[in-house]
Design a protein. Structure first.
Length: 186
């Protein structure tokens, strides 16, 4: 749908028409204000989407992943209340962006979520569904968010719990690895 552009010329045309008795200038001005408000809202949304697209290009290029995967990680991380930079770093460390990764311990997919943890977060989820990128990201990042809430927002402690570490040798290096990738992108 084509919309007339609001310009100084169209505004002057409204004023001239109103002065000639062809309408109420108050009603026309109110209509123009409404149009300006609508256009301002659309511009705000366009700026948000432009910011998102710039970030996706940056993350996609940095991690050398397809744009659709970069977009999925971005969107799911925000939906789960996780900083996207943390989500990208976590996925890189956990699976190297391999949605079919399976660890020796049995962790699955992009976020290396354990099937038992996934079943607690979403009863009825099947093992094969954990290889679906959207499902795996949703459950893995929800699990991380829950752990971050339990640790009072302490990212290091949350990551250590995510990795199943409780003061074991090498645990701190896991958190450092993830957080190092986050700070490298900022």
């Amino acid at each position: 749908m084509l919309r007339p552009r609001l310009t100084a010329v169209s505004f002057l045309a409204v004023l001239v028409a109103c002065a000639a008795g062809e309408g109420s200038w108050e009603a026309e001005v109110n209509g123009l204000r409404a149009e300006v408000g609508r256009l301002t809202g659309e511009l705000g949304l366009a700026n948000i989407e432009l910011h998102r697209l710039r970030k996706l290009v940056r993350y996609s290029g940095h991690y050398r992943i397809p744009a659709d995967l970069a977009s999925l990680i971005w969107d799911v991380s925000l939906a789960q209340g996780i900083d996207p930079a943390l989500a990208y770093a976590l996925v890189q460390v956990e699976s190297g962006f391999d949605s079919f990764a399976v660890s020796r311990a049995g962790a699955v997919g992009l976020t290396q979520v354990m099937p038992r943890t996934a079943a607690l977060l979403e009863p009825g989820v099947t093992y094969s569904e954990l290889f679906d990128s959207a499902t795996n990201l949703r459950l893995g990042l929800r699990h991380l968010r829950n752990l971050l809430e339990k640790t009072g927002g302490d990212t290091t402690a949350g990551l250590l719990k995510y990795n199943g570490c409780v003061r074991a040798p090498g645990c701190q290096s896991y958190a450092d690895m993830v957080l190092g990738r986050v700070s490298a992108r900022e």
